[in-house]
Write a protein that binds this ligand. Sequence first.
Ligand code: B12
Length: 259
Amino acid sequence: MSTPNVERSQKWSIINLCSQNISRRYSSDLARKVGALIVELKRDHILSEIASAIINGQANDVVKFIKAGIKNSMSAEEILQAAVIPATKRVTDDFQGADFYIPDVLLAARAIKAGLKALKPIPRDSAQSQKIVMGTVEGDIHDIGKNLVALFFEFAGFEVIDLGVDVTVFKFLQVVRELRPDVLAMSALLTTTMGSMSNVIEQLYIHHMRDEVKVLVGGGPVTREFAGYIGADIYAENPHEAIGLLRQLFSRKRSLPEL
Ligand code: B12
């Protein structure tokens, strides 16, 4: 059976009308089942709207539907896992290679950033009390991955101070000195900028601050070998791996694997 071509905005009025009729005419059990089905449909609808708004680079719609999701009792983590991450993967995979159209990428990046911002503030898990200073290294303005990692750290309960992109060696050092974080996390997406991570570590040694902070590195071209070579403490390919390693480190139950 084909579905009549109904405007999106009208769909919910029709569904709500049907559900009111059903609850009036039928047993409370059936009404409950219909209610649950409607909640499920609404959830799927909101998630697919968030994903398509990201894919089409429509920041305002991303925020609008994330707010609708939260209003409909969806958790920030559910929205992130079921809509924001798959859509981000879809767009960034589409922009693989050298021939992507920059304005499209920028619109998508803006939409993703707006979405991540709309998912805050995050209720802090009091179990984790460590402070993480984060940033994308000097000369590099890629921040989609860094923002995702930062959000996951917050979900995991860490306090995150995000210094943004193109963070100079001096700035990293200054913030480590002033805020005394437990972890300094750096992101690099370019082979030409990843060397900056090494400069930061070198400067931490020179200024006698190396023992005061754990250095975590990640990002597209960064590898475990590179992390070991520059003297970082932790390398992780993605936020989940990073959170696992940080929890392991701070629980002090086990030492971290050698890089
Ligand atoms: C989006 C994008 C852009 C956008 C960035 C917008 C923004 N706000 O971020 C714009 C258009 C601005 C851009 C510009 C450029 N880009 Co660009 N860009 C990309 C693209 C398409 C997607 C990157 C991305 O966001 N991926 C999605 C996120 C989720 O993945 P991620 O960043 O890798 O992060 C994950 C992990 O790496 C990890 N992670 C990341 N950081 C950290 C940090 C820590 C601590 C940890 C634990 C983990 C971690 O966790 C994340 C989630 O899993 C990639 C190609 C690609 N598909 O990867 C090229 C790419 C990175 N860009 C590239 C290039 C060359 C450039 C330019 C030099 C192009 C030019 N000629 O101007 C400029 C550089 C500008 C600059 N100075 O930084 C190259 C880099 C090649 C290289 N290896 O050096 C790539 C690989 C494209 C290509 N195939 O050639 N780019």
